[in-house]
Design a protein around this ligand. Structure first.
Ligand SMILES: O=C(O)C(=O)C[C@]1(C(=O)O)C=C[C@@H](O)C=C1
Length: 103
């Protein structure tokens, strides 16, 4: 095992890349928050108009579009599907919660 090279903080690739990741994660969370706020608006509309939270055809489209966009970024269909399923699960939880509050 080799001794790690001593580098200044400005030239430390691990530290620099972790700083980049922290900044990217912050943006990812901000975008998820933005998406969730739109889902809440949809949830209010659906609750008022007696529309079911689950819209399987629409989610199928969402999945197709995101898997395709993921491909362009070199991301696997499996990863995008798992990610979008997790997001969708939370959308349904939020919309069902809004519906329950309105009863
Ligand atoms: O498009 C809708 O009807 C939504 O409520 C949004 C959304 C989503 O998160 O993309 C959530 C639930 C539906 O099953 C389909 C899609």
């Amino acid at each position: 095992q080799s001794t790690p090279m001593i580098q200044t903080s400005a030239s430390n690739p691990l530290q620099n890349n972790r700083i980049k990741i922290d900044s990217i994660d912050k943006k990812l969370i901000a975008l998820l928050g933005e998406r969730e706020r739109v889902v809440k608006e949809i949830g209010i509309y659906k609750a008022k108009n007696n529309i079911p939270a689950l819209q399987a055809d629409r989610f199928k489209q969402v999945l197709e579009k995101t898997v395709e966009a993921g491909k362009q970024e070199g991301l696997s269909a499996t990863f995008i599907t798992e990610l979008m399923n997790a997001i969708h699960k939370e959308s349904l939880r939020i919309e069902e919660e809004i519906k329950a509050q309105k009863q």
